[in-house]
Design a protein around this ligand. Structure first.
Ligand code: CO8
Length: 259
């Protein structure tokens, strides 16, 4: 499918999705959100795609939801727009494949929320993260109040959201908002290398591990352990489990077919 605001590139089993709306620092309008949803849904269905890297073109990852588009909204339209973004981000979070955000620059408002919906965040040393919404008269609306506190703790999330102050990549690393920071020129390759490493593992096992981590995070410990047990058991119904263990015993590298 052709997109107005996205560039799609394949590198073996890794798909790179680049947000490309540089004239507005990749701000998320309704159309861009719909395209993101379509691109991730497409990637979810492609057997050859085993991991996804999401990045932005230019000096911004995403500078937030489109303020010009939101400016005239009433309460009902604001709620609908917030719900739309939250639903798209939730689908990314629950996608059947791992998603790595390569945060190249500004990740503000909806941009920070989009990065947080990804499984892993790698930041350029030039990246800036923040939830500046209260300065615009709104709260974070794409689930930022929920994900930020889970990642950095309630106190730090309140500080970031109440003040609206952005944090540097180094600060984001220190508070657990990102997994790693690297030089801007190494960012994409670092993210792709991690995605390739994941893509070489057993795809069904990676998918079940993501499901156990993601769904188990929001339930009590015993329910989470039961969820893990079910998924662990299902792994033994896959060809990849047979291959992975046989390869270990044969002292060779496993080749997984994703079944
Ligand atoms: N929306 C629309 N346009 C934007 C946005 C945005 N979020 N961010 C930047 N742009 C546009 C600018 O208007 C400008 O356009 P033009 O050239 O036509 O004037 C162009 O991008 C370049 O921007 P700047 O000239 O401002 O670039 P600077 O390098 O000087 O500044 C900043 C970069 C600091 C990132 C600055 O652009 C900025 O502060 N942007 C807004 C950041 C922000 O507040 N983001 C949060 C938005 S609110 C949000 O995301 C809520 C999500 C939940 C929504 C819930 C639905 C109701």
């Amino acid at each position: 499918m052709a997109y107005q605001y996205l560039l799609i590139e394949r590198r073996g089993a890794v798909q790179i999705i680049t947000i490309h709306r540089p004239e507005a620092l990749n701000a998320l309008n309704g159309e861009l959100l719909s395209e993101l949803d379509a691109a991730f849904t497409e990637a979810a269905c492609e057997a050859e795609t085993r991991a996804i890297v999401l990045t932005g073109e230019g000096k911004s990852f995403v500078a937030g939801a489109d303020i010009a588009e939101m400016a005239g909204m009433d309460a009902a339209a604001g709620k609908a727009f917030g719900e739309m973004g939250s639903e798209v981000f939730r689908r990314i979070e629950l996608l059947n494949k791992p998603v790595i955000a390569a945060v190249n620059g500004f990740a503000l408002g909806g941009g920070c929320e989009l990065a947080m919906a990804c499984d892993i965040r790698i930041a350029s040393s030039k990246a800036k993260f923040g939830q500046p919404e209260v300065g615009l008269g709104i709260t974070p609306g794409f689930s930022g109040t929920q994900r930020l506190s889970r990642l950095v703790g309630l106190g730090k999330a309140k500080e970031m959201i109440f003040t609206g102050d952005p944090v540097t990549a180094a600060d984001a690393l220190a508070c657990g908002l990102v997994n790693a920071v690297c030089e801007p020129e190494a960012l994409l390759e670092t993210a792709v290398a991690m995605a390739e490493k994941i893509a070489a593992k057993a795809p069904v096992a990676v998918r079940y591990a993501k499901e156990a981590l993601q769904k188990g995070y929001d339930v009590d410990m015993d329910s989470g352990i039961a969820l893990e047990a079910n998924l662990f058991g299902l792994c033994f119904a896959t060809e990849d489990q047979k291959e992975g263990m046989r390869a270990f015993l044969d002292k060779r590298t496993a080749t997984f077919n994703g079944r």
